[in-house]
Design a protein around this ligand. Structure first.
Ligand SMILES: Cc1cc2nc3c(=O)[nH]c(=O)nc-3n(C[C@H](O)[C@H](O)[C@H](O)COP(=O)(O)OP(=O)(O)OC[C@H]3O[C@@H](n4cnc5c(N)ncnc54)[C@H](O)[C@@H]3O)c2cc1C
Length: 283
């Protein structure tokens, strides 16, 4: 039960939501799916005077966008997992969404935008968005701006969302022809949170050589990072390539994050394995 009184706003449009935020400033809390923010209000960790619930603001949905995909910030994991466009153009995001622990309740309620804005280091979504080269589209009552996912995640629990701003949508570019996707996460047990995740976008020619390779790692550093794979284009997918990916992923683990699930040192150690498994899952 939430013990403190607050005024509940349920805007019917993005403009109305932005108006409520502009009016109430730091007294207002935005609610996406509410899977984080509502428990925090229940515990008393957040005590807003105003709550702006985005559920009716028209921000959910997956649509075609210049050969890529546009995803409304309020799109739930279940909607992502079931969207044919996601399967076709950004398969790793569908795999990621289907694999969120917490059961159908969390997958039906939690949103991609909420996960991105909360920027929990070990969440699945931030790393996947960096791997897929996403662009984050933000709006405030004074204008709009777009930020590359790689810049949007600034650190542990720190995303580039300013006062009075809302994440409106996320766009993914058209994938290079014929690429395949992989998302891999390391967990302690089936029901636990990810310790480390990796997302791979991989192109392979008829001779089994890599034509494109982009791999991101999440959960290891305080924010997701890209593995340096430049040298690997043209290589076959064999043990040498897998070893090179592991070495490069570990080299990128320069700012490791530790929590109750695993130490930073452990995460650094496993970064190579998760990157390799995402590559193999894609290829
Ligand atoms: C039991 C359980 C299991 C879970 N398992 C996993 C897992 O395996 N992997 C994983 O990655 N995550 C997992 N999660 C976390 C889940 O991914 C997040 O709770 C969820 O994505 C947050 O989204 P939300 O829409 O509920 O955000 P909310 O709780 O509504 O909001 C989170 C934060 O983002 C802000 N916000 C929300 N939407 C916007 C917006 N459009 N613009 C600006 N700010 C916004 C809110 O103000 C708040 O600060 C789990 C959660 C639970 C409860």
């Amino acid at each position: 039960m939430i013990k403190r009184r607050f005024t509940y706003h349920s805007p019917d449009s993005l403009d109305e939501a932005l108006g409520a935020l502009a009016e109430h400033g730091s007294d207002a809390e935005v609610v996406g799916g509410g899977t984080w923010v509502v428990p925090e209000m229940t515990h008393g960790a957040r005590v807003p005077a105003h709550v702006v619930d985005l559920r009716r603001a028209g921000l959910a949905g997956v649509a075609e966008s210049n050969g890529g995909v546009s995803i409304g910030a309020m799109t739930t994991y279940a909607q992502l997992a079931g969207a044919p466009l996601i399967a076709e153009r950004a398969g790793a995001l569908g795999t990621m969404a289907a694999g969120i622990t917490g059961g159908a309740q969390v997958r039906n309620q939690g949103t991609l935008g909420g996960s991105a804005c909360y920027a929990t280091p070990s969440s699945d979504a931030p790393g996947a968005l960096v791997g897929l080269d996403a662009t984050m589209n933000l709006r405030s009552s004074s204008g709009s701006r777009s930020v590359a996912a790689g810049d949007f995640f600034k650190g542990a629990f720190e995303a580039d969302v300013g006062d009075g701003e809302l994440l409106e949508s996320i766009t993914l570019p058209a994938p290079p022809a014929g690429v395949k996707f992989g998302h891999y996460k390391l967990k302690l047990v089936e029901s636990s949170w990810p310790i480390a995740t990796a997302t791979a976008v991989v192109g392979v020619d008829g001779d089994g050589r890599l034509t494109a390779v982009r791999i991101s790692v999440g959960g290891v550093n305080t924010k997701p990072y890209l593995v340096d794979t430049q040298e690997l284009v043209g290589s076959s997918i064999d043990d040498d390539t897998a070893a090179a990916v592991m070495t490069a992923a570990r080299a990128g683990a320069t700012d490791p994050y530790g929590d109750v699930l695993a130490s930073g040192e452990y995460r650094q150690q496993v970064s190579g394995v998760v990157a390799k498994r995402a590559l193999l899952a894609a290829a």
